[in-house]
Design a protein around this ligand. Structure first.
Ligand SMILES: [Zn+2]
Length: 190
């Protein structure tokens, strides 16, 4: 199993990577997490990169539910819409199922604070992804969530520099090719 078999960008917050397992729009939409086996493989791919545990047990339906919710919330954000209230409640249900508390660490030098979880397993992992989504939508990067402009591509990304319009340079290449083709092959074009 290689990362190339999932649309993992590798540079995005985990909530964005999860939303991107739903690729394309309409009838051409591809679901990269159709069953528990693929859900497990996806977590194996992202766990090390994002420092999350691979949740065990039958949680695929909840992963898919959170994925659909995050995807819909990011779609609303890029389209400038207020999402359905039920979606907002749903993401809040996931964060509420994994409360965290501030923990003091003062083992040497300066005191430091870290967030510690109150639950483990799938609830903790899904809660952290839901929290990532809430922080993304409300934090300093909130107005930088974008949808790729590449032909047929719908992946979300956080625009890290002002000229970035594509999820990946290869999408930019395809986009330029498509525009070149349209310019030179459109009937009536000179
Ligand atoms: Zn793209």
């Amino acid at each position: 199993m290689t990362a190339a078999e999932f649309p993992i960008l590798g540079t995005e917050p985990l909530a964005v990577e999860l939303a991107n397992t739903l690729y394309g729009t309409g009838a051409a939409r591809l679901d990269f997490l159709p069953d528990a086996r693929r859900v497990g493989q996806w977590f194996a791919e992202v766990s090390e990169r994002h420092g999350v545990a691979v949740p065990m047990g039958p949680h695929a339906a909840r992963v898919r539910m959170l994925r659909d919710c995050v995807h819909a919330l990011l779609s609303a954000a890029v389209e400038g819409r207020v999402p359905d209230a039920a979606l907002v409640e749903r993401v809040n249900d996931f964060t509420a199922a994994a409360p965290t508390y501030l923990r003091l660490d003062w083992s040497g030098g300066a005191p430091a604070a870290c967030r510690a979880g109150t639950v483990t397993g799938a609830a903790a992992v899904l809660g952290s992804i839901a929290t990532c989504c809430v922080e993304l939508l409300t934090g300093p990067q909130a107005d930088r969530v974008r949808r790729c402009q590449g032909p047929g591509c719908s992946l979300f990304f956080v625009q890290t520099h002002s000229r970035r319009r594509w999820c990946h340079p290869s999408c930019g290449h395809r986009d330029r090719q498509a525009r070149y083709y349209r310019r030179h092959h459109t009937p009536g074009a000179s």
